[in-house]
Design a protein around this ligand. Sequence first.
Ligand code: C5P
Length: 232
Amino acid sequence: MGRDVIVACDFKSAEETFKFLDNFQEEKPFLKIGMELYYAEGPAIVREIKRRGHKIFLDLKLHDIPNTVKKAMAVLSNLDVDICNLHAAGTVNMMKAAIEGLTRADGTRPLLIAVTQLTSTDQASMESDLLIKEPIDEVVMHYAAKAKEAGLDGVVCSPLEAGKVHERCGSDFLTVTPGVRFADNDKGDQKRVMTPAEAKLIGSDYIVVGRPITGASDPVEAYRRCVREFVD
Ligand code: C5P
């Protein structure tokens, strides 16, 4: 899969989601389904969105003992999603087990990417709550390297980190980056943002864009603007 724009479907119900998707008559955007929508509607929403022809990044961030993650990943693999994810903090053993679970009998599997440190975690909370004393940038790069060692396909990271991740883990190791805003957009609660054009320059493989598209007065035009700036 090449560079693409992934639209974060941060809606609370199937009804709201389909009302939004019905705006798109020509394009079939790649969509991210997160915990809120998945826990509200269950696997049925994934099947229905697949049936409508969208690619899906199922953002459930698994983190448990290896055996449990392996079995849960086998279920997600059967849902035929395109990308799923987990927390690298679950260790290399957990990440390897996840890949085993995801891999279908014919050898195919969805892409698997890791969350390193959440962007809501800062140096102070990492030190006091997690007792990790290293600089947070190094922790992020270390977790990315561990994800690569376990055989994962990439990481979710800030667009500001994408270049460094590629330097450390190789240009084919995927960087999926939220925190994207148009130059003339309100940042909302995102602190470190980049425009789609900047994310392209720095080498992000996928940008995840929510409110600049879902909250736009013309979501289709906002999506097309992202594609023009990031993909074309
Ligand atoms: O609306 P907005 O463009 O800020 O949405 C970004 C999406 O990416 C949301 O679904 C958010 O949960 C997700 N995300 C993020 N930052 C991370 C990881 C995920 O914004 N570090």
